[in-house]
Ligand binder design. Sequence first.
Ligand SMILES: [Zn+2]
Length: 251
Amino acid sequence: MKKYALVLLGLFALFLGACGQKAEQKNEPSAAVSSNQKKTVNKSNNHSTETQQSSVSRSSTSSTEEGEVTHNGTYFSVKNKYGDEIIIVNKKHPLSADYAPGENPSAVAAFHQLKADMQALGYPISDNYSGFRSYAYQATLYQSYVDRDGQAAADRYSARPGYSEHQSGLGFDLIDTSGNLLEDSASVDWLKAHSHEYGFVMRYLPGKEAITGYMPETWHIRYIGQEATDIYESGLTLEEYYGVEGGDYAD
Ligand SMILES: [Zn+2]
């Protein structure tokens, strides 16, 4: 399974080289988008996003309360207690297919610092990693898992296109020096204790599959920014902390 994923990582790198750069220039992703930007609604809404919008209360003012999920036509988000917009991506909260922000600049800078610090401490962390994935790439990746393991099994560990946190540019997978997704316990223990200091949370925690929608992943971290430490100290998943719906797909 992992070897297969890494073969696809190579494919992913090629894809990024071809298409990722262009997408990055067109968008200005940020983990902390100001509240007035939130009101910008994508004019090219299609049927499916309109359907999603009708199921949530949309905020048109700056009075959004903590925990209230809003949708801007492209993604769902909550406003946190520091006034930052936190993008929510899970099996109940997809991204639009054309959302291709590339790697979030704050997130990738923090990720490189974390990676370098782990390497300096002697943990077996590769320079290779998996960050931003386009909708099209996720579609290819997910389909390859469905073809191999069947849809029910694939849904437990791989997101359908539009539902991957990697498409937000805020999710990162750490790879070890053998080329596998990071699982060794010393590294993972360090990551659990310190990733919040870099603004990251461990996204898919053990025992929380019914809430996050995924099997535990020791290698996947999600950039939050300042509030990562609050979330870490709470011991909660992102869904629990912000009071947003998670779990399985609606259909
Ligand atoms: Zn991941």
